[in-house]
Design a binder for this molecule. Structure first.
Ligand code: 5GP
Ligand code: MN
Length: 339
């Protein structure tokens, strides 16, 4: 994988470009994809953004989402774009398997794949060019760096600002996590100078839910959360019947895993959701417990040191039992925690 600098001189030659990201895109995935989209179209590139799956309603306000192809619903159009693309930007994921059903066609594409990502252990052999930097707060910060380093700061507009701000703000837990460097704040300052209205982004992301999401949250915290004080750990396990009862849609469960981390003493928080086709898990930790390794070892997943996820095919009860066993195996690290 060669450095991104090699493509800077080529930016001015119009190409067919695909931008894609991980399945069930979050704010950083969608924000970085659309931020890059609003940048590249200014050079006359023909740009198609493809999401491997559908996305949360709370992302629908982002400028450009109406043109994003959902691979699962617009498979033929998406495959055509992938086959014809000169460049395929792969944002906010480290392994092609994160693109779910798109993996095969993305892997077989004849165009050059370009990685911009901040997850651990990227499949570097799959990419002609790219940058992988786990110290970065977000892929949105990396897209911002890409724009600046290529000498095109004049192309940053309000649309790019809104998309990139949404991603950096959500991936840093509202500028809270350690990766929120001075550079991140400088980036936000520049985006503000370019016309960003940050209050509007917060409102669109956080004040736009339906009542059922909050009824569901009440049920989750009251009935589905178990706290293992001995292990400084809390687990939320959600059966599929809850998702149906509360009419839960993509994105409604986002952020739930953070609630137990607010309990005094809790170092590891986990959520396992029975999505029918798979049991999807998310892990969050504080301080020295490495959930990336935990997710890799027990849940076919990965991610970052303090935020990771995975998925299992076994029934919910078995995945819960697996979690409890894994927690017990990690007793040493979890119990002797220095806050
Ligand atoms: P979330 O819990 O918000 O879905 O994901 C947290 C982090 O873990 C994200 O950076 C995400 O990319 C990563 N992640 C989530 N699920 C998986 C998975 O199934 N496999 C891998 N490799 N990473 C995951
Ligand atoms: Mn990210």
């Amino acid at each position: 994988m060669q450095s991104l600098q090699h493509i800077f001189p080529l930016l001015s030659q119009p190409r067919k470009v695909v931008i894609t990201t991980h399945q069930k895109p979050d704010g950083d995935a969608m924000g970085s994809s659309l931020g890059l989209y609003h940048f590249l179209i200014q050079f006359g590139h023909a740009v198609t953004v493809i999401s491997p799956t559908n996305w949360a309603n709370f992302l629908a306000w982002m400028p450009g989402t109406k043109n994003v192809l959902d691979y699962e619903r617009q498979t033929d159009d998406a495959n055509k774009a992938i086959a014809n693309a000169d460049w395929l930007f792969c944002l906010d994921f480290n392994t092609l398997s994160r693109t779910k059903r798109m993996e095969e066609n993305l892997g077989n594409a004849t165009g050059e794949r370009i990685l911009i990502d901040h997850h651990q252990e990227p499949q570097v052999d799959k990419f002609a060019y790219g940058e992988s930097d786990t110290s970065k707060s977000s892929t949105c910060e990396m897209v911002y760096d890409f724009i600046i380093d290529s000498g095109n700061s004049d192309k940053i507009n309000a649309a790019i600002g809104e998309c990139l701000y949404a991603g950096v703000m959500t991936d840093t837990g509202s500028f809270r996590f350690p990766a929120t460097t001075a550079s991140v704040h400088r980036m936000v300052a520049t985006l503000k100078d370019k016309g960003l209205e940050h209050g509007m982004v917060h409102e669109n992301l956080f004040d736009n839910f339906l009542e059922n999401k909050f009824r569901f949250l009440g049920n989750v915290l009251l009935n589905r959360m178990e706290v293992f004080y001995e292990y400084n750990t809390a687990l939320i396990a959600i059966p599929q019947t809850d998702l149906i009862k509360f009419n839960i849609k993509t994105g409604d469960t986002e952020g739930l895993v953070n609630y137990p981390l607010g309990i005094k003493g809790i170092k590891l928080a986990a959520i396992i959701i029975d999505r029918g086709e798979e049991r999807k898990s998310s892990f969050r930790s504080k301080g020295g417990f490495d959930v990336n390794t935990f997710a890799r070892n027990y849940f076919n997943g990965g991610g970052h040191f303090n935020a990771a996820g995975g998925q299992n095919k076994e029934p919910l009860e078995e995945v819960v039992a697996k979690f409890v066993a894994a927690m017990k195996e990690s007793r040493e690290q979890l119990s002797n925690y220095q806050f």
